[in-house]
Ligand binder design. Structure first.
Ligand code: AMP
Ligand code: ZN
Length: 114
């Protein structure tokens, strides 16, 4: 998608701090971190949000959580814990319309979220 900021990151048209990449998924540091570790796990396929997932994408979504586990090991936060967040739509504050999973770690998170 030409005007999608995450597609442009995936295509290396704009820089990002990539911490993991394979054929299906890229993980890079959030530019405005909300925790000491704040990564975005992003399927390379342009899917706007959870609302736009189709059956062909199901296996990639499983892989997202496998990559999350790998990333948690890489950043040594598996034991202390982390939070994965997917904002969907305006009430959740979704700003970038390319499905992404926030991976947050390095501090204690409150519940319920704000
Ligand atoms: P959301 O509100 O769930 O759509 O989250 C979008 C996230 O993308 C925010 O946390 C932004 O800080 C992050 N973001 C926006 N542009 C960039 C960028 N160029 N590189 C890294 N993260 C970005
Ligand atoms: Zn996109």
């Amino acid at each position: 998608m030409k005007n999608c900021i995450f597609c442009r990151i995936i295509n290396k048209e704009i820089p990002s701090e990539i911490v993991y990449e394979d054929d299906d998924i890229i993980v890079f540091k959030d530019i405005n971190p909300q925790a000491p570790i704040h990564l975005l796990i992003v399927p390379k396929q342009h899917i706007e949000s959870i609302n736009n997932i189709d059956k062909d994408s199901i296996s990639i979504l499983g892989k997202v959580f496998y990559v999350a586990k790998e990333v948690s090991s890489k950043f040594a936060v598996s034991e202390e814990g982390y939070r994965i967040v997917v904002n969907t739509g305006k009430n959740a504050g979704q700003e970038v319309l390319h499905l992404h999973f926030h991976f947050l770690a390095g501090r204690k998170f409150s519940w319920p979220p704000g």
